[in-house]
Design a protein around this ligand. Structure first.
Ligand code: 6R9
Length: 648
């Protein structure tokens, strides 16, 4: 298998302290083992018990029905996510507890108690109803990291509307594509958002996008920056004006457990992003339990996940998981290095953050900026650290452990995906010794398997293969929005009967999983998933480009860097100016996160005789390897490779 290799040499093992272990929700390996076995032997008993900790308007008849790829959870049960995240707590002492602590990039602060958030969500639910939004309608949310993003999400789930959050860093074209695919009726955006002191013109992007789509009837605009924005009377409405005119009571709609909850677009191996669909009951139950146990979350904790709500991590572990647990969740709008590279550490001290969950790419950036910045702060409130989004290299792990956690805080390296809805593989913080670079053990109810190209389980420890999941789990995606064939094709055709994750992995003799990264045409750039095909389509939409092939090159900071090989049309010649223009073009078409790090002009791309681009060769060339390894017998023209290497 092409890319399944790893050169991890770190052998050290770190143990959670006795102090941490004695107070943890799950305290011993035996307890983990017993519950894990039960969760596989009797998933109905296990998940039924977890779900009963939440509120159901009507009980389910069956916990689990069917098998992969089409399992159903909590069949016949009726519940509501917004009710479980808010009303349930408002009826208790948590009513006046801080639910959401927000800090804007310029420094403003807002604290919403559970009661405050509950009122705001009900008001916005009424706003949506007034705008004609009904159960099952799609609402696109294109907002910065401000409390209104969480309010809008919770209001949608309260009335049974399906939200589709689009990351504020996406361009108008990417936004239009996602609105069109979901056929959204309402778009919620802001005049702008702050990023590194600059204003991101969200409303302007939204207007651009709306020129291309016809389904949106109303646009709700949050006033965030106060900039002048273009306005279409009748269609556009200010959030604060709509909120003045509605009541603060809106009952949560009892919803079927298997009704759609939200759509979230993610990159796959084709040019078109997939609308991953999650449904209510299973997602809610799984996210509730993983947040509680993986982060060992307690009522007195201040919890901060630094992800943007535009990604699945923001959905599950900024908004829904913490609120389902009645926790205090911190939300920060801006960049980690604004105005200085110690903004995160300032926030940790200011709010007394106990649990911090961030991405390896951020940790590597902090390392580069130097430990002087974190050392200026106490950081003594921290008791648990987490990472997500990409493999963490042991150096970064050790830095995080020592410089941020002072050797005192366990680290959970959580492997999961947009499609899995919640954390699937991780250590449990009070239980498992930590091995830097290894995600760890399967969470309850998760049955991973490493399969070889013949679909056989790889039995030898430390041998690589495809990471698959062989049993249904509550928060798995149910389909790809509007494309059930793609759902089956993408996830269930490679290894029949199993869910194929797209990742390579190996398992050591203690049963710890080590994730080796994607084995498909998906890049992981600074923790963001990008399809090579998406970037290629963006490139060929430029008049100068004849053909493009995009690959990843290992990058010390971003995990992977984007390298584009481009052939030009007749009449165009390679130049520095054209190179910059192509980079800017991709950033405009998809968003700044997709800007290629390198554009290489070439006269031809290496292809097989059947015309497929041989990316494996391009990856090696991009990485600067002198010797091209592996089979090149199918290569149509060997001279192409030599010329590409010379051009390096
Ligand atoms: C949650 C999220 C999913 C892909 C996944 C894998 C990579 C995520 C990881 C990890 C190694 C970890 N990934 N967590 N790789 N160790 N702890 O990131 O979802 O944006 O859908 O990305 O990210 O390659 O397949 P998503």
């Amino acid at each position: 298998m092409d890319r399944i290799e790893g050169v991890l040499k770190e052998e050290r093992v770190f143990y959670p302290s006795e102090e941490f272990r004695s107070k943890a929700h799950i305290k011993s390996e035996e307890e983990y083992q017993r519950l894990y076995e039960e969760s596989l032997k009797d998933p109905e008993g296990f998940w039924g018990r977890v779900a009963s900790e939440l509120h159901w308007f009507e009980p389910w008849q069956k916990v689990l029905e069917g098998d992969l790829p089409h399992a159903k959870w909590f069949v016949g049960g009726k519940t509501n996510l917004s009710y479980n995240a808010l009303d349930r707590h408002v009826k208790t002492w948590r009513r006046n507890k801080a639910a959401l602590v927000w800090e804007g990039e310029p420094g403003e602060e807002r604290v919403l108690t559970y009661h405050d958030l509950w009122r705001e969500v009900q008001k916005f639910a009424n706003v949506l109803k007034r705008l004609g939004v009904k159960k099952g309608d799609r609402v696109t949310i294109y907002l910065p990291m401000i409390p209104e993003a969480a309010i809008a999400m919770l209001a949608c789930t309260r009335i049974g509307a399906i939200h589709s959050v689009v990351f504020g860093g996406f361009s108008s074209g990417a936004l239009a594509e996602r609105i069109r695919d979901a056929e959204a009726k309402v778009l919620i955006t802001a005049d702008g958002g702050y990023r590194r002191g600059q204003v991101v013109p969200l409303k302007q992007n939204a207007d651009e996008a709306l020129k291309e789509v016809s389904t949106v009837e109303h646009v709700v605009v949050v006033r965030r920056t106060g900039e002048e924005v273009p306005w279409t009377p009748g269609r556009d409405h200010w959030w604060h004006e709509l909120m003045e005119a509605v009541s603060d009571r809106a009952e949560a709609e009892p919803m079927e457990a298997e009704e759609p909850l939200f759509i979230l677009y993610t990159s796959g191996s084709t040019g078109k992003p997939k609308g991953v669909l999650h449904t209510l009951g299973g997602y809610m139950t799984y996210v509730y339990l993983t947040t509680k146990l993986v982060f060992d979350l307690k009522d007195e904790d201040v919890y901060w996940c630094t992800a943007d709500v535009g990604w699945i991590t923001g959905h599950s572990y900024v908004v829904y998981g913490p609120l389902l647990n009645g926790a205090t969740t911190v939300m920060y709008e801006g960049a980690p290095n604004w105005p200085e590279p110690d903004r995160f550490w300032q926030i940790v001290d200011k709010y007394g953050v106990n649990i911090l969950y961030t991405a390896p790419t951020a940790i590597r950036a902090f390392m580069k900026w130097g430990e002087g910045w974190p050392l200026k702060h106490r950081l003594d409130s921290l008791r648990l650290l987490g990472t997500v989004g990409e493999p963490i290299n042991p150096e970064a792990w050790l830095w995080y452990y020592q410089v941020i956690g002072k050797g005192r805080c366990p680290i959970v390296d959580t492997w999961w995906q947009t499609e899995t809805g919640g954390i699937m593989i991780t250590t449990l913080p009070g239980v498992h010794p930590m091995k830097p670079g290894h995600a760890g053990k399967p969470f309850f109810g998760v049955r991973p398997e490493i399969l070889d190209s013949e679909h056989r389980p790889v039995e030898n420890p430390d041998e690589g293969g495809h990471l698959c999941i062989t049993r249904p789990w509550p928060s798995m995606l149910r389909t790809v929005w509007g494309d059930p064939d793609r759902f089956l094709q993408q996830y269930f055709s490679q290894h029949p009967g199993s869910y194929f994750t797209g990742d390579g992995a190996r398992r050591d003799k203690e049963g710890y999983y080590l994730i080796l990264g994607r084995v498909d045409d998906v890049l992981n750039v600074a923790g963001h998933r990008l399809g090579t095909m998406e970037i290629e389509s963006a490139l060929v939409s430029h008049p100068a480009v004849a053909e493009a092939a995009v690959v990843g090159r290992p990058d010390p900071l971003k995990g992977e860097a984007i390298v584009a090989f481009v052939t030009l049309k007749e009449g165009y010649a390679p130049s520095e100016a054209l190179r910059d223009e192509l980079k800017a073009h991709v950033a405009k078409v998809i968003g700044p996160i997709a800007r290629p790090d390198e554009v290489r002009f070439t006269e031809a791309l290496p292809k097989t005789r059947s015309g497929k681009i041989m990316r494996r060769l391009l990856r090696q060339i991009a990485a600067g390897e002198k010797e091209i390894k592996g089979d090149t017998s199918t290569l149509e023209d060997h001279r192409v490779v030599e010329r590409l290497k010379e051009g390096a």
